[in-house]
Design a protein around this ligand. Sequence first.
Ligand SMILES: [Zn+2]
Length: 164
Amino acid sequence: MAKDTAARTFKDILGKEHCYSCLGCAIGSGEMELPGGVIYDGEGIILAADPEIPIPGFLVITSKRHIQSFSELTAEEITEVGTTIARAEKALKELGIAKEITLVQEERSKHFHIWIFAHHEWMKEKFGTGISYLRDISAYARQNASEKDIEAVLDAVQKIKVNF
Ligand SMILES: [Zn+2]
């Protein structure tokens, strides 16, 4: 398995620049400061808002170890991932942040992470439903987020932290 070591520079939703060869490792080790902070710091995983896509309630589970697939998780990590997804989903729904979520895990990504994608009404109106629209919705959110939207993302993180 060839490891991609080229560092990537990107701006987070607060406009802060980051440069890491592996974003997942930077998140997992606590090296990267996440917008709104960490929601859940577990034994093997971190739960936080997606640092790059400003959608309230859009969360990401990142493994602390540099792995790619579900099958590489330990039994304890699998349990922790499952419990964390369930708790995140419950918090998003109880807080009224999202009525529906979509989970995505791409083995192609170099570091294991799971998107917990929170759906909002405007997405359905603008793009329709289904996983084929997730990239378009994410790109749209990045290009069109207002200060108020960013505030809503940070506010959602704080509420989920309390509810988690
Ligand atoms: Zn990594």
